[in-house]
Design a protein around this ligand. Structure first.
Ligand SMILES: *[C@@H]1O[C@H](CO)[C@@H](O)[C@H](O)[C@H]1NC(C)=O
Length: 198
């Protein structure tokens, strides 16, 4: 037992030490929305359905060992008021996790806010933009989430299938880099079957 306590103490000290060294890890600043295109003439009905997250990049994304990032899926269901119910399905600890939220349309077609934002502690603003899509193969998305003192942003490459052409992946990488994201913040999740196939 004393050894266990000692370990705990050392671990806590270690954690404190790391915090003292780097009190606020620097985030890559979120780009101005002027640098984020919006799909012209966005068609919400055609956008519905399931998308696989083929690429993911953001200032809170960290590339891990090859194959350590399982693919997840996100399904968009259109409500009568033109909001989307958005459900992401992720494999976590050998179980399927579902994460549900609502995207509320703004006056600009293809741009959304998070519904019921008050129920997300610390989230002050949230914006979603459909950057580009052909509805049948791919979509590029932009998300920005602001809290009191931090702005997180990410972009995703959605595919109707788990694989997309090298050209689309390259286009996504170029877009991520145009937002200031380096290679180690850009990942291409590994296709899996569990959870995301139903
Ligand atoms: C969206 O979610 C709400 C609340 O759970 C539900 O009542 C509604 O039927 C859902 N809409 C669609 C299109 O599935």
């Amino acid at each position: 037992m004393p050894l266990g306590l000692l370990w705990l103490g050392l671990t806590l000290l270690g954690a404190l030490h790391i915090q003292a060294q780097d009190p606020t890890p620097k985030l890559i600043p979120a780009p101005s929305l002027r640098r984020v295109p919006l799909q012209r003439n966005f068609q919400d009905e055609q956008f519905q359905g399931k998308w696989y997250v083929v690429g993911l990049a953001g200032n809170a994304v960290q590339k891990r060992e090859e194959g350590q990032e399982p693919m997840y899926s996100t399904t968009y269901e259109l409500n009568e008021d033109r909001s989307f119910n958005v459900t992401s399905t992720l494999l976590r600890d050998q179980r399927c996790d579902h994460w549900i939220r609502t995207f509320v349309p703004t006056s600009r077609p293809g741009q959304y806010n998070l519904g019921n934002i008050k129920s997300y502690p610390g989230v002050k603003n949230y914006i979603v933009r459909v950057v580009a899509t052909d509805y049948s193969q791919y979509a590029m998305m932009f998300f920005r989430k602001g809290s009191r003192n931090k702005q997180f942003f990410k972009t995703t490459l959605y595919g109707r299938t788990k694989e997309l052409s090298p050209e689309l992946r390259e286009r996504f990488t170029r877009f991520a880099k145009s937002l200031g994201l380096p290679d180690d913040r850009i990942v291409f999740p590994t296709p899996i079957d569990q959870c995301i196939d139903d």
